[in-house]
Design a binder for this molecule. Structure first.
Ligand code: HEC
Ligand code: HEC
Length: 291
């Protein structure tokens, strides 16, 4: 907050309390006799003009003192940090630290188990399930079945590799897939031909001439990442294009779209957020989903 805004907040907060104090004083009417009326009469009912009851007056004063005290203790006055040094971030960190101290030993217990063994321990699976629901299901779905652009983690098909250690690596450090856009390189005809070739690899209907053209293009431009038979290369996250599983849709137009415009799927890394112990359990849980 800039200094000017800080002062606006300070003057606004203290000014409003002062304003109410002045209004309260002006209405106190200590000098008045009890029993005077305001002169208002309605249906024979007269309105008295008595001073405020003392308890009510002092309650009001107390709330004002409390309010000022609160603004001094907590950071309520613009940029003034408050004498208690309280911050919402600080409170969150203290809470997180406390829960880490409490629960981390539970997670650490499974650290000596290899990732590939964790899914055999029901208690660990339960933890994995909860961690997954909290951290992963937003993208991979509550059942881990994925969706458009988000891989299915239940089938035993892995673009980045099937080993338990690879899965853990993915969770800790994330993945960035880089499929270049080919539209300007091979043109519209090229896109149609290479798509025909990919469809033929999946035993789907395609024009034989286009398939022949597409095979040459594929050999020139695609095998570096997708491999000579289109079976993919886990080290690059280049998917198998022959297994009938499509991250970005299986229709001809969707496949053409992927090739023309490229794709850049990104899985965020969770090392900082979860730490090694939780990532270890999660990796074991995900590894077990397809078993
Ligand atoms: C530099 C490496 C690289 C090259 C070269 C490359 N690709 Fe890819 N391709 C990838 C990666 C990585 C992905 C996964 C993208 C993602 O997950 O977001 C991918 C994804 C795809 C997909 C989407 C698959 C799906 O599951 O939806 C198709 C189709 C595809 N590539 C076809 C091709 C064709 C055809 C060529 C050649 C013209 C080609 N690729 C060249 C790396 C490459
Ligand atoms: C913001 C969305 C997002 C979140 C949250 C997310 N992921 Fe992912 N994840 C992705 C995307 C996108 C990919 C695919 C990257 C690519 O295109 O290759 C992926 C890929 C993966 C893969 C690799 C799959 C393969 O076929 O090799 C694994 C394993 C995985 N995620 C596990 C997890 C786990 C466990 C969590 C929770 C800690 C998680 N993800 C949270 C988006 C997400």
């Amino acid at each position: 907050m800039s200094t000017a805004w800080s002062w606006v907040v300070i003057i606004g907060s203290l000014g409003s309390i002062l304003f109410f104090y002045v209004v309260l004083q002006l209405n106190r009417q200590t000098g008045k006799e009890s029993g005077e009326t305001t002169g208002h009469i309605h249906d024979g009912i007269e309105e008295y003009d008595n001073p405020l009851p003392a308890w009510w007056y002092w309650l009001f004063v107390l709330t004002m003192i409390y309010g000022v005290g609160y603004l001094i203790w907590y950071p309520g006055l613009g940029n003034f940090p408050g004498i208690a040094d309280w911050t919402s971030v600080g409170e969150l960190e203290t809470d997180q630290e406390a829960s880490r101290a409490r629960y981390e030993p539970l997670f650490a217990k499974y650290r000596q188990l290899p990732v590939a063994e964790i899914y055999k321990v029901p208690a660990a699976v339960k933890m994995g399930q909860r961690l997954f629901a909290n951290n992963c299901s937003v993208c991979h779905g509550s059942t881990a079945a994925g969706g458009f652009g988000f891989p299915d983690l239940i089938d035993d098909v892995w673009t980045w590799g099937a080993e338990a250690s690879t899965i853990k690596q993915t969770i800790l450090h994330g993945r960035k897939a880089a499929m270049p856009a080919w539209g300007t390189v091979i043109g519209d005809q090229g896109i149609r031909d290479v798509t025909a070739y990919i469809l033929s690899l999946n035993n789907r209907e395609a024009d034989p001439d286009a398939v022949a053209q597409g095979e040459t293009l594929f050999g020139n431009f695609c095998i570096a990442c997708h491999g000579p038979e289109g079976k993919g290369l886990p080290a690059l996250g280049a998917p198998d294009l022959t297994n009938g599983i499509w991250l970005y849709g299986n229709s001809r137009s969707r496949i053409e779209f992927s090739i023309r415009n490229g794709r850049n799927g990104e899985m965020p890394g969770f090392k900082h957020k979860l730490g090694e112990n939780k990532a270890h359990i999660l990796a074991g849980y995900v590894y077990g989903l397809s078993r």
